[in-house]
Design a protein around this ligand. Sequence first.
Ligand SMILES: Nc1nc2c(ncn2[C@@H]2O[C@H](COP(=O)(O)OP(=O)(O)OP(=O)(O)O)[C@@H](O)[C@H]2O)c(=O)[nH]1
Length: 324
Amino acid sequence: MKTPVIVISGFLGSGKTTLLLKLIQEVHRRGIKPAILMNELGRQDVDGHILSQATDGLIMEKLLDGCICCSKKSEISNAITTLLSQSPDVILIELTGVANPEEVVDEMAEPGLLNEVFLQRIITVIDAENVLEYNSIFSSDKQLVHTLRRQIEVADIVIVNKRDLINDSHLSKVVKLVEKHNDKARIFTTIQTQVDFIPLLDGLQPLNLPAKKSSPFNMLSRHSHHNDGHKQNHTSFSRIQTVYIPLQQNMPLSLRRIEKFLKSWGNQILRAKGYVSVNSSSEILLIQFAGKQIQWEPSSYKGPQYIVIIGFNLDSVTLMEAWG
Ligand SMILES: Nc1nc2c(ncn2[C@@H]2O[C@H](COP(=O)(O)OP(=O)(O)OP(=O)(O)O)[C@@H](O)[C@H]2O)c(=O)[nH]1
């Protein structure tokens, strides 16, 4: 059984740690065992300290002094593997304010983690007081503006926090902004991230308990089954899906066919990677598809061949059928 992962994203100071603390308390109350992965930009482990103080015996890994989205990316997999050794029921990841949640999902599709974890959902916390100004404040930093937009676009749940600091008309502008970038996510308006936990934790259960009936909230976010080609033993509620396509060794594939297939899905395919031998060669190549660019690199990989596709609003069944 794969372990669900909930990613908490949102710009600096929006309320991510405040929310994480509440989530930890709530999952404990439900008998669900969490493990935490914290990522902080600075060397100082402020948030980790806050969490340890608030909760005894917390299973936690910290990636300090760098963002998961760049320098720390390769360390995610080690940190998650360490957390998994404690058999948690859920992994909660708090990203730095400047991280794009897609990067973590990307890392979760690496061979070492692919069969161990799956993305349950992405929750993005927004600082309602400041979010409207980000575009102008950061106009010189296109990458940052893009990241902040992606944090909203890929979220399954958006928490518009710090309601106490804004008036009604400001709030309606913030909600409009969120809806403009994401018309599928559930939006909650909160003070101190005080929110209804049911949709946030929907689908989680303590290990060894029979699957519970779905809550009505399931209907509100796009419901997708992970299809790893073998088993469908869990449900992701995220709009980002990871689809594993096993490739038969003896079925000749052409480079052109793969490239055409990946490009035919337009923006719905965010990322693809895998190990494939093409054009009847015995050599296995690493395929990397990101930002509409496809790269083929030599590799020393010897395992079963596959392609992993990370999609956005993608129906994994349709994708598998289209692959044939
Ligand atoms: N006024 C107000 N302050 C809030 C609210 N929610 C959180 N805060 C405060 O905002 C500050 C930042 O909150 P955090 O939860 O640490 O935010 P964060 O997103 O984890 O911050 P980084 O780790 O720096 O990215 C803290 O001082 C919180 O107490 C809110 O709804 N209203």
